[in-house]
Design a protein around this ligand. Structure first.
Ligand SMILES: [Zn+2]
Ligand SMILES: [Zn+2]
Length: 385
């Protein structure tokens, strides 16, 4: 790195750290990212970046470059309902927290926008920069896709902070990266009565316990042991004292699988168990299940391209282990070829923890990688045409 670029890089890094601290101390929940969006808009406008008219209420899509081939970079901008306990001097005090690093993601995208704007004339097409709302509530990507802003996009790239990796290390692997994720609820309507006379009741607690027991066989007996599947009951409620059989019982939980089809198969099995228990126990069971996000699946060829680009920038790369966590970047990948990679931020605690800290030292390199990937993919795509 020569002196001129070194100076340029360090001033970009300083600018980004200032922005990052502001976003970190002003977290907002999904679909309520009003201040966040206004601030992003101002920073992009100052840099002369065009903001598209997408009709999105929060979040936005910006564009840099000319017509022709289009590639997209995506970040998310929402926070979590967690009271921050990092003790940082720029910690949030509003009861919400950027505990998943989305403040890091959006700041690195702002850096990428600044770098791409400087190289706008050299771009062989256009880059769309998606500042996506509401990732944590898993429908932000759907609203961006519904706006039509990505209809002309040929490739899409995004990144996520990883707490347990060294600062600026890039982790990326082909194939499954994040699971297909969904939530289910089970509501059982029985017949309440005196606990001394169970034969006069239709006990919803016994029905629910049978469902929970039988559901354990979906993974252990009905799923190929080589297939990753998780099914967890996370919330159960019924009754309020020792001598009354209640009228109702409730449970909810999550299903995670390698893809949409596998997810649907698990969902159907759980529904069948509910129907069976309904018959056996003489209760009424309402079962609901929704897919929050399909699986993130990285394109093998483009993974090599991302790795190579990262290495050219002097970054360390390694594989990333697939996770049963979810990420709505998957909705984009169902329509557009793309890669979602991890970047190390060396947090002392995991994501979604009140002591999660994304080290801002990785911001400059994250921005440089995003912008290099956009520029190089446009070059590759336009040379193919
Ligand atoms: Zn998260
Ligand atoms: Zn996240």
């Amino acid at each position: 790195m020569n002196e001129k670029t070194a100076t340029g890089f360090s001033s970009l890094q300083e600018t980004l750290v200032t922005h990052f601290k502001w976003f970190h101390s002003h977290p907002e929940l999904g679909h309520h990212e009003w201040e966040t969006t206004a601030r992003i808009r101002d920073i992009l406008a100052d840099a002369g970046v065009e903001i598209l008219d997408t009709g999105l209420k929060t979040g936005l899509v910006a564009r840099i470059g000319n017509g022709g081939t289009v590639v997209a970079l995506r970040c998310d901008i929402d926070a979590l309902p967690i009271a921050e306990a990092t003790g940082l001097d720029y910690a949030s005090k509003n009861g919400c927290m950027h505990a998943c690093g989305h403040d890091f993601h959006l700041t690195s995208m702002l850096g990428a926008a600044m770098l791409l704007k400087q190289r706008e004339r050299q771009l062989t097409g256009a880059v769309k920069l998606i500042f996506q709302p509401a990732e944590e509530v898993a429908n932000g990507a759907i609203s961006v896709l519904a706006s039509g802003a990505l209809d002309d996009v040929a490739e899409i790239y995004g990144l996520h902070t990883t707490p347990g990796m060294p600062v600026s290390m890039i982790g990326v692997s082909p194939g499954a990266a994040y699971a297909a994720v969904g939530a289910f609820t089970i509501r059982i309507h029985g017949k309440g009565g005196h606990a001394a006379h169970p034969h006069e009741c239709r006990d919803p607690i016994v029905a629910l316990s049978q469902i929970i027991g039988a559901a354990q066989t979906i993974v252990s007996r009905r799923t190929n042991p080589f297939e990753p599947v998780a099914l967890s009951f996370t919330h159960v409620e019924a009754g309020n004292t020792w001598n009354i059989i209640p009228e109702e019982a409730f449970a909810e939980g999550t299903i995670r699988a390698a893809g949409r089809e596998q997810f649907n198969a698990i969902m159907r099995r759980l529904e069948r168990i509910c129907k069976g228990v309904q018959e056996i126990c003489g209760v009424q069971i309402d079962f609901h299940c929704v897919l929050n996000a399909p699986a993130v699946h990285n394109d093998g060829e483009l993974v090599e391209f991302v790795k190579q680009t990262a290495q050219e920038l002097g970054l360390k790369t390694g594989p990333s282990a697939p996770t049963m966590g979810g990420e709505d970047f998957a909705f984009y990948q169902e329509r557009i070829r793309g890669v979602f990679w991890n970047i190390g931020v060396a947090s002392p605690e995991p994501a979604h923890n009140p002591r999660f800290i994304a080290n801002p030292a990785a911001l400059g390199t994250a921005s440089a990688l995003l912008s290099a990937i956009a520029e190089k993919s446009l070059k590759r795509l336009s040379s193919v045409e």
